[in-house]
Ligand binder design. Sequence first.
Ligand SMILES: Cc1cc2nc3c(=O)[nH]c(=O)nc-3n(C[C@H](O)[C@H](O)[C@H](O)COP(=O)(O)OP(=O)(O)OC[C@H]3O[C@@H](n4cnc5c(N)ncnc54)[C@H](O)[C@@H]3O)c2cc1C
Length: 493
Amino acid sequence: MLARPSTTETAFQMRDHVCPNGVRLRPMNPCVIVGGGFAGMVAARRLQQIGVRATVLEKGDVDGGLGNAVISGGLLHIAWEPPDSPADVKRERLLAETSGEIDDELAGALASQSGNIIPWLQAEGVEMRAKTEEPATRWTLWPFRVGTGRRLLPDLGPSKAMQRLYERFREWRGDLRMGAAAHSLHRLSGGWQVGFQTEAGEASLEAGTVLFADGGFQANQEMLSRYVGPNAGLCLLRASTTGTGDGLRMLLENGAEAVGLGRVYGHLVSINALESDELWPFPHLDELCMVGVVVTRHGDRVPVDTSAVGLVTRMARSEDPRGFAVVFDEEIWNGEPGRGKLGLPAPNPELMRRGAHLVSSDTISGLAQRLACKPDRLARAIAAHNTVRGACPVSRPPFHAARVIPGITFTMGGAKIGPDAAVRAPGGRAIPGLFAAGSTAGGIQGGPNGGYVGGLATAATFGYIAAESIAAYVQSAAKSARSRASPGQPDGG
Ligand SMILES: Cc1cc2nc3c(=O)[nH]c(=O)nc-3n(C[C@H](O)[C@H](O)[C@H](O)COP(=O)(O)OP(=O)(O)OC[C@H]3O[C@@H](n4cnc5c(N)ncnc54)[C@H](O)[C@@H]3O)c2cc1C
């Protein structure tokens, strides 16, 4: 077999150039960004504006990348607050949503820096509009995306926003490597070597800093089993297939500390979504699960003592993520206010319209038969539910059930970072030259009640913070190199 061609680029192969705004980029490669998703491209563009050259490695071969950003709903919020809300309001919401689990310094950085994101994105030419009257939807990528599975919809807001960032990066002569999947990281004296694979073969880049922004490990079944639960790989991947945890793996191999790896963000969806993209990301069954009776394959009740997001993590960690069903009655499904009708689009009638199966019966034992579980266990589960104070009773026939599966949108944990987005080793020391943002970074999301604080705005904010920190790091490294080269000489600035 022929050996694959292999190339290594160093700083000296790159030429100096002047950007449209007059900023002169240094003739070196100070930064490699792994992942051209939302976090990575915000960082890449911000670095260009500051005058620091970065090379972006993007595994996808489509402008905008193939990550979660392009198939997202495009809603920018920080713990359900618009990013331009006062910092103290956002900080409080971050602490409340995560039940205090968010790293305090990260909460402070996110609350104070996220205010920059909206005007910055607007200046980049990214369009956002209010989707509803809810303040949390004030900044939604326009035109709004209501998607089906992973289908790329290039004319809708999330794809357009990403394309715009790619376009701007290219206009400023940014170095964007498409179809380049990073897989290895080695420490060098004064920097790092990133190995990656393209269609042309193996290659590597050397740089002073590396930003990992490759978007979580939700698409890696082996990592899900190791970090979330032994059978978490059986959950529905309610996300793009690119989040394979490469960045996290490389960071852990190089001494990074991991944080919060056991938690995931997602929604509860019909099990038929495993065969049909029509059934994800919407309609989800969160509301139904919160008001109905969630049962195991055997008909035993699963107490719902948390939010739907918390339930997704609990179900993903269970022995049997594909064994759950939600049971409800006619009142919940069709009554006033029929919970089946809540949500956009609502499960009733969207589930059936999109081909999902619902089982129904006039009796609980008939329903148990259709669910292939023991009637007495199902009856006990429903009776226990009906005694819970404030619960919607499940009592009016016909009774219905839908098989439900946790759909994982992204993994919440990741490499521990500081408020400067620098990757931390156990003990809190920053690992020189390594940074992480977006779903590669941990310590931001999670908590006993779910702890979802938004994906896009947090990714953009830490991408932006990472760029500022990388610029400062590169500048200080260059200064030390100059003083090493001419000891005793005053620094010329
Ligand atoms: C259906 C859906 C709806 C969502 N809706 C919302 C919403 O409305 N609001 C919200 O805040 N969040 C939403 N999210 C979450 C949001 O999309 C993510 O949190 C966000 O995109 C994370 O940004 P990121 O840059 O970390 O990752 P991504 O956007 O996934 O980008 C990572 C990039 O890295 C690339 N990559 C991966 N591995 C490698 C490698 N080895 N080498 C090179 N490149 C690599 C990928 O191709 C990808 O382009 C949604 C997600 C989904 C799936």
